[in-house]
Design a protein around this ligand. Structure first.
Ligand SMILES: Cc1cc2nc3c(=O)[nH]c(=O)nc-3n(C[C@H](O)[C@H](O)[C@H](O)COP(=O)(O)O)c2cc1C
Length: 209
């Protein structure tokens, strides 16, 4: 499995690999957060146990209540909520996860992950995940100019070298009403890529052949 799942999403049937899996979905502050609501619904329909984390910026685009209703689980929008008695929430969340997806992943979130920051609930939980066992997939979404910034491209290269998986971005219509690279992949494509990532290696080989 390559750590760039960009090409693996299209033309594959929906895989059942997410069923029964504990999937953490991090939502950062981009306009395409509305598409992540659909993705969370699709994951729940596919039988995944979905746990949503949101940055403060993300809550300006879609309310935590939306994700709570769609996932059936409480939403974590701060490192300081839902502290459990035995483990701080970031340790227990990371320990239970089968995978983590950050969608949309903003330019700023890419930068924070690339330099190893842990000062919001998403980067904190990501920091507590052992990526040699639990895959973390990023679905970047931003304006074409932001995607093409040398800083963003440097961060993507660093993150791939550090073992993060990517899905997208695609080229197409953007919220700024122009077309270009940086559009978040469609929820169905992200679901397929995530499913493939969670499939046993032989299934993944068969699906990509
Ligand atoms: C209307 C609006 C739309 C935005 N859309 C995006 C976006 O699609 N991608 C992105 O990287 N930043 C976008 N931003 C900027 C981010 O919200 C900003 O960088 C924020 O600090 C990101 O915080 P977070 O990464 O902690 O969620 C947008 C800002 C506004 C006001």
């Amino acid at each position: 499995m390559t750590n760039d799942a960009q090409q693996t999403g299209a033309n594959q049937p929906p895989a059942p690999a997410v069923s029964g899996r504990h999937v953490i979905v991090g939502v950062t502050g981009g306009i395409s957060a509305y598409k992540t609501a659909d993705l969370v619904s699709k994951l729940a329909q596919a039988g995944a146990s979905v746990h949503v984390l949101m940055t403060q910026a993300a809550t300006r685009f879609v309310t935590p209540l939306t994700f709570q209703a769609l996932s059936g689980n409480p939403v974590y929008d701060s490192p300081w909520t839902h502290i459990e008695t035995q483990d701080p929430q970031h340790i227990s969340q990371a320990g239970r996860a089968d995978c983590m997806l950050i969608a949309p992943c903003t330019m700023d979130a890419l930068a924070r992950l690339a330099i190893g920051r842990a000062d919001d609930v998403i980067s904190l939980v990501a920091a507590a995940i052992d990526r040699t066992r639990i895959p973390v997939m990023l679905a970047p979404a931003m304006n074409a100019a932001m995607w093409q910034q040398p800083a963003t491209q440097r961060n993507v290269t660093l993150l791939k070298a550090d073992g993060f998986h990517f899905v997208g971005p695609e080229t197409g219509w953007q919220a700024c009403r122009t077309s270009g690279p940086g559009r978040m992949s469609e929820p169905a494509d992200i679901l397929r890529s995530l499913s493939l990532l969670l499939s046993p290696p032989c299934d993944a080989d068969a699906a990509s052949s």
